[in-house]
Ligand binder design. Structure first.
Ligand code: PLP
Length: 399
């Protein structure tokens, strides 16, 4: 094996050859149930015929054309995203971090155009994750992501999630925006309280701040709504989306109300690849399915079912897990052992899941997963939990 890949990921020693629905097939023929879904990306599983067909047809027709020209797929996708959300305008990017960069630039520019150029600071929440660009590691504020990369990009301050008083204390004449994940994903599936989001909305209105929801992980049906703010009943001014939007094809978007978007005039932002016809075909195909009548309701029902099944695993293996949380198919199992050990034990049982912060293992099946696949996943999880329990008992035995 050559070793020319920058080792920024601790990779498991396996290579997948192809995917089939909720399964990934390794080069040695082993089949794995994919309940990580590429970290909430493969919303339609692997090889979904409609997604594949849309990408194949578009690839043969036109893959890329510059944003110097009109792009039909972009207009269609923007119309649909606006029709089904609070938004009036959309900017297309290629990733979550890029969508967030657009959101922060837009918020600052909005304040500047409103005659308040001194308002550039963005308040974010401890444990949050917004991507890995220099600005977004500052937005996340996590020491492990910032260390060694020089001065933290100025203009981002964190307060604890749910701490209204700390937030009020921090809001100043320099504050432009509040940015939050309604449910923290990387941080360990921490849902903001409804009242807290309502408070953010009220404070934003009171002080003229822009409220940004980072729905990169929660979006596109993952929580059982197109976007989770719709379940919370609290509207942002700007919303970012990526991960599940392309069903595996890289695409991100920044959605906004007209009154905050209006300052983003020609020349203020751009992306060579953002909104290219191929990405738009993929995202439009994903929406064709996610917006089908009953699809989101089905995600909510399946989410409840899976959560119940996970709760029964906790009951059986109380030394390994102590709680399950999350919404729809964005679920987190809080572990009493290292989440990396849980993920490794599940891997040995041919189940893929993803570690997160705060000792949580994320369970993120494709949105198309069915009850039979849940049962198989739970059986694997139980075997993994049994192995881990045995290990704990052995470790505790007097030597
Ligand atoms: C994954 C994620 C990002 C970053 O997305 P990239 O596509 O990796 O840049 C940003 N915000 C949230 C909430 C995420 O989960």
């Amino acid at each position: 094996m050559t070793n020319k890949i920058l080792p920024t990921y601790a990779r498991t020693d396996i290579t997948f050859d192809h995917g089939d629905g909720c399964e990934l097939v390794a080069t040695n023929g082993d089949r794995y149930l994919d309940f990580g879904a590429g970290i909430a990306v493969n919303s339609l599983g692997h090889g979904h015929p409609l997604l594949v067909e849309a990408i194949q047809n578009q690839a043969a027709k036109l893959m890329h054309v510059s944003n110097l020209y009109k792009i039909d797929g972009q207009e269609r996708l923007a119309d649909r995203l606006c029709e089904h959300t609070f938004a009036d305008k959309v900017f297309f990017a290629n990733s979550g971090a890029e969508a967030n960069e657009c959101a922060v630039k837009m918020a600052r520019r909005y304040q500047s155009a409103a005659g308040k150029p001194e308002r550039y600071r963005v308040i974010t929440f401890a444990g949050g994750f917004h991507g890995r660009t220099l600005a977004m590691i500052a937005a996340g504020g996590q020491a492990k992501h910032l260390e060694g990369f020089g001065p933290k990009v100025d203009g981002f301050d964190q307060v604890p999630l749910g701490d209204v008083e700390a937030l009020k204390d921090l809001i100043s004449d320099e504050t432009a925006a509040l940015m939050i994940e309604p449910i923290q994903g990387e941080g360990g599936i921490h849902s903001a309280e409804v009242d807290f989001l309502k408070e953010l909305r009220a404070l934003s209105d009171k002080y003229g701040l822009v409220l940004i929801f980072d729905e990169v992980q929660t979006g596109v049906g993952r929580t059982g709504a197109l976007y989770s703010y719709q379940q919370y009943g609290v509207e942002p001014d700007i919303l970012t989306t990526a991960k599940g939007l392309g069903g595996g094809f890289p695409v991100g978007a920044c959605l906004a109300k007209d009154d905050v978007a209006h300052a983003m005039v020609a020349g203020t932002h751009g992306s060579t690849f953002g909104g290219n016809p191929l990405a738009m075909a993929a995202a439009n195909a994903v929406l064709d399915i996610v917006l089908e009548p009953g699809f989101l309701e089905n995600v909510r029902e399946k989410g409840l079912l899976l959560k119940q099944k996970l709760a029964s695993v906790i009951d059986q293996y109380p030394d390994v897990f102590d709680l399950v949380r999350g919404e729809g198919l964005l679920l987190g199992l809080h572990a009493k052992v290292s989440p990396q050990d849980v993920v490794a034990a599940c891997f040995d049982e041919k189940l893929l899941c993803v570690p997160a912060g705060d000792n949580v293992v994320r369970i993120l099946p494709p949105l198309i997963a069915n009850a039979e696949e849940f049962d198989r996943a739970i059986a694997s999880l139980e075997r993994a939990a049994a192995t881990l329990t045995k290990r704990i008992v052995e470790d505790q035995a007097p030597s």
